[in-house]
Design a protein around this ligand. Structure first.
Ligand SMILES: *[C@@H]1O[C@H](CO)[C@@H](O)[C@H](O)[C@H]1NC(C)=O
Length: 349
């Protein structure tokens, strides 16, 4: 009897494993800023670009795609981990078509924020317009796959939402308008309100599985450290604290939205602490430098200032936590992604 049971148990177990490894998520759909933009800004007139060397030097084929990194960014790595494609194409890139976008599409735009005013700083795609592109995508997907199949993909897809840093760094702390209007605490609440509206909007359009990413320790971005002359380029504690507070509110919003909207499964993706640890003790994590980025002097260079002819650009970006003065290196992106796949994103695997 026991001998007969064992193969059966084994078979049942095998079937469960097969069911589990089959991708539950049929597509990855991305909204946000440069943390997740795979090159939409190449196709709009803006200075917030990165489709030239040394960007992309460690990307497959050494190609500068418009990702603000030496290599791949978290949505690419997440897509790959879900058993989908190893890169997620930019929606505005004419090299790709709806057959590519059916399994992964990116609407993100470097330099954008939740606040319309943030997207105006560098003339990039505002979040409401990312949603307009998403609506257009839905129509194309329905024409391509038929209504029923398209709706199934749209409701089972994983939506990655990553922005907010620019609202504070490029807008609130750089320009006067929002500071005259709001205390930083009020501005956080304003942004949280816009994040809630955004989630409700894409929910009403059929999105169900979402990951809402918090902000990093913003005061430790090399660009912010560069301005901290009085404290020998230490992290700007005020910006870090604002980031922590904002993330706390975002986490609260996620709980509220899950209880309010039936069938919604939104998670809060938090890499703040991991990134702070890596920045504080880079050698523990296999890095040599966390105060400056690899590109140029690493203190202020990003976008067009990250110059292909700079003699200062590092040889091995893997030794750097940051690739440019504002964006993590691919190695850091991998570390962040592995962390998220083990925590908030685990339920979607
Ligand atoms: C942002 O701009 C869009 C388009 O003009 C508008 O529909 C939306 O209401 C604006 N959002 C806010 C919060 O002002």
């Amino acid at each position: 009897m026991a001998n007969l049971l064992i193969p059966w148990l084994f078979l049942v177990q095998t079937l469960t494993i097969v069911a589990k490894t089959r991708a539950k998520v049929p597509a990855v759909i991305v909204f946000g800023d440069s943390s997740v933009d795979s090159g939409n800004n190449n196709f709009i007139p803006t200075i917030a670009r990165s489709n030239f060397p040394p960007y992309g030097q460690d990307f497959p084929g050494g190609q500068a795609t418009g990702r603000f990194c030496n290599g791949r960014i978290p949505p690419d790595l997440i897509s790959e981990a879900l058993g989908l494609k190893p890169t997620i194409p930019a929606y505005l890139d004419p090299m790709y078509s709806i057959s590519d976008f059916a399994v992964g599409v990116c609407f993100a735009s470097a330099g954008t924020g939740y606040d319309n005013a943030t997207s105006e700083v560098a003339d990039v795609i505002p979040l409401w317009k990312e949603v307009e592109y998403y609506k257009e995508y839905q129509q194309k997907l329905k024409a391509y796959l038929g209504d029923r199949k398209a709706k199934k993909i749209l409701s089972e897809a994983l939506y990655l939402i990553s922005l907010g840093t620019n609202d504070f760094m490029e807008n609130y702390y750089t320009l006067p308008n929002r500071r005259l209007q709001f205390t930083v605490n009020q501005y956080q609440d304003f942004i949280i309100g816009l994040a809630a509206d955004f989630v409700k909007t894409i929910y009403s359009l059929g999105a169900r599985k979402m990951s809402l990413t918090g902000v990093p320790p913003m005061g430790c971005l090399p660009l912010e450290r560069t301005t901290n002359i009085m404290e020998d380029h230490a992290c700007m504690e005020e910006y870090n604290n604002v980031g922590l507070e904002f993330n706390g509110k975002l986490k609260g919003l996620v709980a509220k939205l899950n209880s309010e909207l039936p069938g919604l499964d939104v998670v809060f993706a938090d890499a703040y602490n991991l990134l702070l640890q890596v920045i504080k003790r880079p050698s523990v994590y296999g890095f040599e430098e966390s105060r400056t980025g690899c590109c140029g002097t690493g203190r202020f260079e990003m976008s067009f200032l990250c110059d292909p002819h700079s003699p200062f650009t590092c040889q091995d970006a893997d030794k750097y936590v940051f690739w440019d003065a504002f964006h993590p290196s691919e190695k850091t992106n991998r570390m962040i992604t592995d962390h998220l796949l083990k925590t908030s994103l685990a339920k979607f695997l």
